[in-house]
Design a binder for this molecule. Structure first.
Ligand code: DPP
Ligand code: ZN
Length: 884
């Protein structure tokens, strides 16, 4: 396995200008005829042509129609002697989709044939310069049995189709836009499509299609609506129109990722397409909207302008995540719902990206090296990358950012470029902005790994009526980067009076106050900001809306946090204050041997939120949900998962009991009448009702009362939608109620055969809060369940990732059995699907921070995996970094 470095980038020695591909599709033996127009890159020294290829068999190679000699070297096909002038190169090769369990390249799923080429799957289909800076125009002819594969799709426009002898048929597709090979796709399967014709602002007509298996058509309405909304939004917000006559989405049951943005032919994990109220939750509906948006938005940010090399992955992913986040916010339709979405996104960032930034796999948003690029489709590249784009928008303003995007497309449409090119465009379109003034320093967000620490202290001086805020930043060492240079950190802030008043902000030297909120831009290790005309000591509300991806220590006391929880006009910081109050208590309990006893100040404040006459249900739900065990672990130098679990469970139970009447009130108050709609307001009510029901069942379990479990069971049986049904079921499992077992059984019987729902059934059991080791035992049993399979990624994740990643207390056991279970699964899965195995291996990123005895057993488990002789590069890289 070779380490690939960003600084070693060189342009390709050859360009491939066009490709004509013909596929004789057959699951056991597919023949690929690949005709390319190739020319030397005159800027590079003359050298052999080296084509990538993997797990394929070449049968012939022709240059300008004549056979040539070639050789294999380092897994590449090398042709030494080639003309100086442009030439045609024809390669014939064979691949075996039915043996392809890696789900990269051309593979079989549910009787159909599908492709996944990002990042380097195209080389598993045919020989090619499989790198994103080689962009070609594709013409694709698919030939296959008409009975087995009635639908034949590829990128672009359908130009011809017809019958062939022997029960076969063909379809010919042409994509006019030059594209890198990772955006190639084909589908041959027995599918049906929901269709919609739309006319966009520019007056052009387009055909939108969502392809699914027979029987799933009724589950595609939400995906289609999301696609239409995405088209409309991108045109309205960024003036980016749909550039193809036809835009297709195809759902497939076996898929490593969420979805893939192949030009004009997006291929999706069924999880992000199929939904009916009876089978999908509010979270699923929101996920579909955001992923459909994400892939659609890639058409411009990713496809029209793509990445020069894979180190630039965040160029398209960070930007596109930012765009899908904005899309989802704009779709909610209210300011609070926007804030709720922001809170959810930040929660996700802290839950996944912050630990990544603090663990063995820490890497910059633009990584410097990799062994296996698939290992770098990470929360850092995606979610932190999106935060970097968001900070740019904060620094240049919303309109300025839109101007920057326009300039970016003017400069680079049709090209493969870098993160620097993007940042430069945004800055150049806003020459008077802080971003333009501090661009080189700002770009440290791309080059430095780790989550910066931001500390603040405020000092009020009554005689001079001034309030001085000091902001201080420092970066922590990460693998390969011991020292960090200061960042440019936009700190959105306000000052809140103890009576709740938003204080007008006037910095020393300013003629008058302007507004009650502003963005301070910290670019030194430490800056001081003195506010004048401040009458009373305020509470600083910093990093509003989470204006930078940092860990903030604002040294606020409980009394200050209570002020913010009650009054902060910024909903994000209001939520954050509540979380901090909980966090402080949890951390104190974890650090001591005293049992946690909740104080009335805290429970009263949470009660006030729950009973608040104006706050949104969704906001209440988020505020009353305790920080997760993973987030708690992040706050600690030495992590004892059992102590964390015990403290959090104890707090949850006390909160359940202390607010029992309030939960009952909230449950009754937040019933949603009428038909199901996934809108933010209804979803918020359902989530608060479900949280309330869980709390009521917990409180009941503690004192042997059976009324609420009985009601939960009834609700589970009668529920009119999956959100309520799963909510009731999880109230039962989460409180270890006796009725949980019969409910689970019933749920399985009800949804037998619906793969996505059965995934939920596995995941719910694997994520049940651990009690006496029973959850882990159950998970082990489920491995043997006839519905379980490691071959289907969704199913594998529903049990293995759910347990190992999302249930720390069931996974980190004193007897080490959880870690041994993990090692066995990784080894087993690596033989089937290395990409998936490597992802699951990431659970151990933070093993070195574990307390004993967990640390020792984690180490042993890692060593066991490392000792396996024929480990994939994917898993070896992850394990190797963990053990470094
Ligand atoms: N399919 C992945 C995504 O859209 C990789 N491009 O983010
Ligand atoms: Zn993406």
């Amino acid at each position: 396995a070779q380490l690939i470095r960003r600084e070693d980038y060189t342009a390709p020695a050859y360009w491939i200008r066009s490709v004509d591909l013909t596929f004789e599709l057959d699951p056991a033996k597919t023949l690929v005829i690949n005709r390319m127009q190739v020319e030397r890159n005159a800027d590079q020294p003359a050298q052999p042509l080296r084509l990538h290829g993997e797990d394929i068999t070449v049968t012939r190679v022709l240059v300008n129609g004549d056979s040539v000699s070639f050789r294999h070297e380092d897994g590449q096909l090398v042709i030494d002697t080639l003309p100086d002038t442009p030439f045609s190169l024809e390669i014939r090769n064979i691949c075996a989709p039915d043996k392809n369990t890696k789900l990269s390249g051309l593979y079989q799923s549910g009787g159909g044939l599908f492709t996944q080429c990002e990042a380097e799957g195209f080389r598993r289909i045919t020989y090619f310069l499989d790198r994103p800076d080689v962009m070609a125009v594709y013409t694709v002819t698919l030939r296959a049995s008409k009975a087995a594969y009635p639908v034949l799709l590829s990128n672009g426009n359908l130009v011809e189709q017809g019958e062939l002898p022997n029960g076969k048929h063909f379809a010919k597709w042409h994509d006019p836009f030059p594209k890198p090979s990772y955006l190639f796709a084909l589908v041959a399967a027995d599918l049906v499509a929901r269709e919609q014709h739309i006319r966009t602002r520019s007056g052009k007509d387009h055909l939108l299609q969502v392809y699914v298996r027979r029987g799933d058509l009724e589950k595609t309405e939400h995906a289609m609506n999301s696609l239409i909304a995405s088209v409309v939004w991108d045109e309205a917000r960024f003036k980016l129109p749909l550039d193809l006559e036809r835009f297709m989405i195809v759902a497939v049951g076996d898929f490593n990722m969420g979805a893939m943005e192949n030009k004009g032919l997006n291929i999706f994990n069924t999880k992000f397409v199929l939904a009916t109220p009876a089978t999908a939750t509010d979270v699923d509906y929101a996920g579909i909207e955001s992923v459909v948006g994400h892939e659609y938005f890639h058409n411009w940010t990713g496809n029209r302008i793509t990445c020069r090399d894979w180190f630039q992955l965040s160029l398209k992913e960070g930007l596109t995540v930012f765009r899908d986040q904005e899309f989802s916010m704009d779709m909610t339709g209210s300011a609070t719902a926007r804030a709720v979405k922001r809170i959810e996104d930040v929660r996700q960032l802290r839950q996944i990206q912050f630990p990544e930034d603090a663990g063995s796999m820490a890497h910059p948003v633009r990584p410097d090296s990799y062994v296996e690029i698939n290992n770098f489709y990470t929360a850092t590249v995606y979610e932190k990358g999106a935060e970097v784009v968001r900070m740019m928008q904060t620094l240049v303003g919303r309109d300025g950012f839109a101007r920057g995007m326009t300039l970016y497309f003017e400069r680079f449409d049709g090209q493969a470029v870098t993160c620097d090119d993007f940042a430069q465009s945004i800055a150049d379109a806003n020459p008077d902005s802080e971003l333009a003034r501090q661009l080189p320093q700002f770009k440290r967000w791309y080059s430095q790994a780790g989550t910066p620490r931001l500390a603040s202290r405020g000092r009020f001086d009554a005689p001079t009526r001034t309030y001085t805020l000091s902001l201080e930043q420092h970066g922590l060492p990460s693998p390969g980067q011991s020292e960090k240079e200061p960042y440019v950190i936009p700190v959105a802030m306000g000052l809140v009076g103890r009576d709740g008043r938003a204080i007008p902000l006037q910095l020393e030297g300013e003629a008058e106050a302007s507004g009650t909120e502003r963005v301070l831009v910290l670019n030194q290790p430490r800056n001081f900001y003195t506010f004048v005309n401040v009458d009373v000591e305020p509470v600083p509300s910093l990093l509003r809306g989470f204006s930078a991806p940092v860990v903030l220590n604002d040294h606020l006391a409980d009394a200050d946090l209570l002020v913010l929880l009650q009054h902060d006009p910024d909903p994000f910081n209001r939520w954050e204050a509540g979380q901090r109050l909980a966090l402080n208590r949890l951390l104190a309990a974890i650090g001591s041997d005293e049992p946690l006893v909740l104080d009335a100040g805290f429970t009263d404040a949470l009660r006030a939120v729950l009973r608040h006459p104006e706050l949104d249900a969704a906001f209440k739900d988020l505020t009353l949900t305790l920080p997760s065990e993973t987030y708690l672990a992040e706050q600690l130098q030495v992590v004892d998962p059992q102590k964390i679990h015990a403290a959090r469970e104890s707090m949850k139970l006390q909160l359940a009991q202390a607010l029992r009447d309030d939960w009952a009130w909230a449950f009754e108050q937040h019933q949603v009448a009428g038909g199901y709609s996934p809108d933010a307001v209804s979803a918020g009510k359902r989530s608060l009702a479900n949280l309330s029901l869980s709390m009521l069942c917990l409180a009941s379990a503690a004192d042997g009362d059976t009324v609420w479990p009985g009601r939960a069971f009834q609700r589970f049986k009668d529920a009119g939608n999956m959100t309520d049904r799963l909510g009731a079921l999880s109230a039962l499992t989460g409180s270890h109620a006796e009725l949980a077992a019969p409910a689970l059984e019933r749920f399985h019987a009800l949804f037998k055969g619906d793969a996505l729902v059965i995934d939920k059934w596995f995941a719910l059991q694997a994520t049940t809060p651990e009690k006496n080791g029973l959850v882990f035992e159950r998970a082990k049993q489920l491995l043997k369940h006839p519905d379980f399979s490691l071959k289907n990624p969704n199913r594998a994740r529903s049990l293995i990732s759910a347990l190992c990643m999302n249930n720390p207390a069931a996974f980190h056991r004193a007897d080490g059995a959880g870690h041994a279970f993990w090692a066995d699964r990784i080894v087993e899965l690596d033989g089937i699907n290395p990409q998936l195995a490597a992802r699951m291996a990431r659970v151990m990123d933070r093993w070195a921070a574990l307390a004993e005895p967990y640390r020792t057993s984690a180490h042993a488990a890692l060593q066991r995996v490392a000792a396996k002789a024929d480990l994939s590069n994917d898993v070896r890289e992850i394990i190797g970094r963990a053990l470094q």
